[in-house]
Design a protein around this ligand. Structure first.
Ligand code: GLV
Ligand code: GLV
Length: 323
């Protein structure tokens, strides 16, 4: 039997790749940086399946170039805003993602950003590195207390819930949240209250974003929503950069509309060299490492390969995304 042809858009953990390699005719993009658009279009030609990353835009042009035999696009991520799912569906191409396994690792990064932003880790580390640490300073690098603060979760899904648990049980935080539907678990376990976005922004000391990124949530955080936040509030984003209007965030941090921000995601990624945001002391930025633990990336690879193989063999995907 002729083996199915697969393009893997970057090296992913080895065990899963070996498993895939034993079943299909696989090409793995070998470079550290993603394939360019032209390289991507070239490599998908004739493929039955594609294992994509969030940096690879999967749209009609890619599906067209691949050809009508393309059966499945398996995203190595829980988010899938890089994929035109509707277009894929209309062509009978299944789309997979990797939910669940990265929940705890991403919630850890959100929790870390809360602590690091409130206690000014970034400026503190710079001070030590740059030989600017002169003395124990009674008025230096003062941050914010966290115990008993109000945590606002925008989009109470799995990751939001995992963060809320950490902060409620660890730091006695009160939890408020937005979601399309009430979350009985959050209400009973954490005494969390569902509110509208305006109420959340007005009351939260920490606003943490966990919403899907799509046209309806583009720049959900903008100059008017930032203006609703408390002057001592911290904004955390571990979801997608496009949820925030970064120019508005820059201005809000600069003029003290809010206190600080901790971001694991930006738009674009990486930030351009001349981005003003990177130079703000109260803006702590990580290079999108939410799921970056050894165990989590292996688990994501296993799911991505399972989704891909299922799609190639016409079986239901273990984790399928539908329009
Ligand atoms: C990473 O951001 C993901 O969506 O898995
Ligand atoms: C992602 O897995 C989420 O539901 O937050």
């Amino acid at each position: 039997m002729v083996k199915k042809k697969v393009f893997v858009c970057r090296r992913i953990p080895a065990a899963a790749l070996q498993r895939l390699n034993s079943e299909v005719d696989m090409t793995v993009w070998p470079a550290e940086l993603p394939p360019s658009r032209a390289e991507l279009l070239q490599h998908v030609k004739g493929c039955d399946g594609i294992l994509s990353l969030l940096s690879d835009r999967m749209d009609a042009e890619v599906f067209q170039q691949a050809g009508p035999q393309l059966r499945v696009v398996s995203n190595y991520a829980v988010g899938f805003n890089n994929i035109d799912v509707r277009e894929a569906h209309s062509r009978g191409i299944r789309v997979g993602n990797t939910p669940g396994v990265l929940t705890e690792a991403t919630a850890d990064i959100a929790a870390g950003l809360i602590l690091a932003t409130a206690r000014r880790f970034s400026e503190s580390i710079d001070q030590v590195r740059n030989l600017e640490w002169k003395t124990w300073d009674p008025l230096g690098l003062l941050g914010l207390d966290l115990k008993g603060a109000t945590l606002g979760i925008v989009g109470m899904g799995r990751i939001g819930m995992a963060l809320a648990k950490r902060m409620h049980f660890g730091w006695d935080m009160n939890v408020i949240y937005t979601a399309r539907t009430e979350k009985p678990d959050a209400e009973s376990l954490l005494n969390a209250k569902r509110v509208d976005l305006a109420t959340l922004l007005a009351n939260a000391d920490i606003v943490s974003l966990h919403a899907d990124y799509n046209p309806s949530t583009h720049h959900l955080i903008n100059s008017s929503t930032l203006a609703m936040m408390k002057p001592n509030a911290i904004l955390i984003n571990t979801a997608r950069g496009g949820l925030i209007d970064q120019d508005a965030l820059y201005n809000a941090l600069k003029d003290g509309t809010i206190w600080g921000a901790g971001l694991d995601v930006t738009d674009p990624e990486p930030l351009p060299d001349d981005s003003q945001l990177r130079r703000l002391p109260r803006c702590l930025i990580l290079p999108h490492i939410g799921s970056a633990t050894i165990e989590t990336r292996q688990a994501m690879a296993d799911i991505a390969v399972d989704n891909l193989l299922a799609g190639l063999h016409g079986r239901p995907l273990p984790h399928e995304v539908r329009p």
